[in-house]
Design a protein around this ligand. Structure first.
Ligand SMILES: Cc1cc2nc3c(=O)[nH]c(=O)nc-3n(C[C@H](O)[C@H](O)[C@H](O)COP(=O)(O)OP(=O)(O)OC[C@H]3O[C@@H](n4cnc5c(N)ncnc54)[C@H](O)[C@@H]3O)c2cc1C
Length: 621
């Protein structure tokens, strides 16, 4: 029986059979690794997830966080796993060895973390620590690295990302927290922040907060923002902990989900003594924070993959066990035996939708991480530029598409469970509650869409986008004549062409100064493009699977065109059933989901501006 957390077979398929990650080990910087080591790491990740992370999911939700005497307490059940997580180095897998990490490829970190992401409350603590430590690794001085980063890498100290204020959510440039320069070169902060994940907790002895603020006298807007390191406890010269810094946790939020993750309102400098050190250069705060935000956006997309994966696994298991109704063949016979609901066409529709979408999102998240590894390995500027371009274009899609589609996967899982799914006896309702936040934080999905349409599509005069379309066309050309996928190659090619047309249409609107059209249609464009990217990855996977099936059939002397022999093979050979499932999932997606691309582009190309034109009063009071 497979894992209830995710489908390891599909994970290995994407890593080994599509991306062939073992080839990353052929040259620097990954030459010290091997495919066997990758396999061992993934097995350990699975063990840790099943034995330590998953068992705290429900309890973390039930117990939640509490604020007492200015200190946040998180579910006790997180303490042991947190310590083991950091001791195992799971928090710094892709950090360079000089910074205390293991130097593993990003794609490996992503795959390992897919095992943990279903418990996002738990993961919010090592996750924010990892991101903040990486900021210091890249932008900190040597002194800051030794003073702060070293203990964050070991997980002894935590970290956060502190941007949001009551008046500055999506509009970060509107922040009002100020930094007051001191004669010794340090600063004192004053201001209030809200919604800060892991803003305080009791898993660590100190927390280092990277905080966005404006130095007095600096210009308004994002250009005037700097970033500061603000320790919970000041750190003495010898590394020991000094006095408590001047900020307080004003409250923690009550939320729909991720109850085990503390979401804090923080008041800085009520006594004028909130110590802060500049990180990097003055007025470079947004650029620096963007490193963490981009990593976090991919992380939030991966949260979606994990949520979808666990929801799908539970739904399939339930659908196999739950008896209800009779077979269609026996529908007139009230005495007919009850059948598992997985036999009903409508339940299969839901499961196949969940399967295809979960697998395409997994491939999307892994491919995006793999781009960073390929960029590091690139031997020419042109090659490097290609991989940077893919990552740039895909980041907002991974964040927004995966979070929104994953939410729908979790919701469908609830539907498969029927009334039991709505009740808290089963964990599916928690999967849905926990996943909803992913479309809001790290830049709400509408903001991601504007980033894609307003910035990413036009980068290098559209070169990055065109290059990604080229990658899709290459996959289609490679497999379109394979008999198993030829039946849906035309749909895939059509969707890629349609996506290209929609982008050209936006470019034309831009040239004509008609900027409202791309803005008003940005989100539908992002979701449409997410479907095309998904289709491409599923098509590629189906092509690979078909060739593997050919080899398998040849080895076993089975004719794929002979229904009896083929049916027997699928029953007896897990690999054959898996590969056939990849082809079925791709076909389903091409025939049932990709047509939505045409509809979306048709709507986009009307250039309709209803959303802009409707008078505000007409929305009703
Ligand atoms: C549980 C949780 C954890 C969080 N963790 C952190 C954290 O660790 N650190 C941190 O700094 N923040 C954190 N946040 C804050 C989060 O990033 C913000 O909530 C998010 O960026 C949206 O800001 P907002 O809530 O002010 O919504 P608003 O900015 O008010 O947005 C409301 C709606 O309007 C839309 N909108 C806003 N402006 C525009 C525009 N110009 N064009 C089009 N649409 C627009 C948005 O897309 C959204 O749908 C967290 C929030 C929550 C709920």
């Amino acid at each position: 029986m497979g894992s209830m957390i995710l489908d390891d077979r599909d994970q290995r398929f994407v890593l080994n059979e599509m991306l062939e990650i073992e080839k990353l080990c052929e040259s620097k910087p990954f030459a010290d690794f091997s495919g066997d080591m990758f396999e061992m790491i993934l097995n350990e990740a699975k063990k840790f997830a099943e034995n330590r992370v998953f068992p705290t999911l429900v309890e973390g939700d039930r117990v939640g966080c509490r604020l007492e005497n200015g200190q946040v307490h998180v579910p006790q059940c997180f303490a042991g796993p947190y310590k083991m997580f950091c001791e195992g180095g799971w928090n710094v897998m892709s950090f360079s060895p000089e910074d205390g990490g293991q130097g593993l490829p990003m794609v490996m970190r992503t795959a390992a973390h897919e095992w943990f992401g279903h418990n996002f409350s738990f993961m919010s603590y090592p996750g924010t620590g990892e991101g903040a430590a990486h900021l210091i690794a890249v932008y900190g001085t040597e002194a800051q690295k030794r003073k702060y980063m070293d203990k964050m890498v070991t997980g002894e100290w935590g970290g956060t990302m502190v941007l949001t204020e009551p008046g500055a959510g999506s509009d970060v440039g509107n922040l009002s927290t100020k930094a007051i320069r001191q004669p010794d070169g340090t600063f004192r902060l004053q201001g209030s922040k809200i919604f800060i994940t892991a803003g305080d907790h009791d898993l660590v002895e100190n927390i280092i907060h990277p905080v966005l603020a404006r130095i007095e006298g600096d210009p308004a807007g994002t250009k005037g923002i700097s970033i500061f390191l603000v320790p919970k406890y000041r750190v003495n010269e010898d590394g020991s902990l000094g006095e408590r810094n001047d900020f307080e946790i004003a409250k923690i939020e009550e939320k729909l989900g991720i109850h085990g993750s503390s979401t804090c309102a923080m008041n800085f400098g009520d006594n004028g003594a909130c110590y802060a050190e500049l990180l990097g250069e003055e007025r470079q705060g947004m650029k620096i924070m963007f490193q963490m935000m981009n990593e976090a956006r991919l992380g939030v997309g991966l949260q979606g993959v994990s949520a979808a994966a666990i929801a799908y696994r539970h739904a399939v298991r339930y659908a196999r066990d739950r008896l209800q109704g009779s077979s269609l063949m026996d529908f007139k016979n009230p005495e007919a035996p009850r059948v598992p609901i997985i036999q009903h066409a409508d339940v299969r529709r839901m499961l196949l939708w969940m399967k295809a979408n979960t697998e395409s999102m997994r491939a999307m998240a892994y491919f995006s991480a793999y781009c960073f590894d390929k960029e590091r390995m690139a031997k020419s500027d042109e090659d490097r530029e290609k991989w940077i371009g893919y990552a740039e274009v895909l980041t907002p899609i991974v964040k927004a598409y995966c979070s929104d589609v994953a939410f729908r996967v979790t919701e469908l899982a609830m539907q498969v469970y029927g009334g039991y799914g709505y009740c808290s006896e089963y964990p599916v309702e928690q999967f849905m509650r926990d996943e909803k936040i992913a479309s809001i934080y790290e830049g709400a999905n509408g903001i991601q869409a504007m980033d894609l349409v307003g910035r990413k599509l036009g980068m290098k005069k559209g070169g990055y986008f065109m290059s990604l379309l080229g990658e899709m066309n290459t996959a289609i050309a490679a497999y379109k004549d394979d008999p198993a996928v030829a039946g849906f190659a035309a749909e895939m090619q059509g969707a890629v062409n349609t996506l290209g047309e929609a982008a050209m249409y936006f470019a034309k609107c831009g040239k004509e100064g008609n900027f409202f059209v791309p803005l008003a249609h940005a989100y539908p464009f992002l979701m449409m493009m997410g479907k095309v990217v998904s289709g491409w990855l599923l098509f590629w996977g189906a092509g690979v699977a078909s060739r593997k099936l050919d080899a398998l059939c040849q080895a076993q002397g089975v004719d794929r065109a002979d229904p009896a022999a083929w049916g027997k093979l699928l029953k007896q050979n897990e690999d054959a059933a898996f590969y056939a499932g990849k082809i079925s999932g791709a076909k389903f997606f091409m025939k049932n989901v990709l047509p939505e691309v045409d509809a979306a582009v048709k709507a986009i190309k009307t250039g309709d501006l209803s959303v802009v034109e409707i008078a505000e009063e007409s929305f009703g009071s």
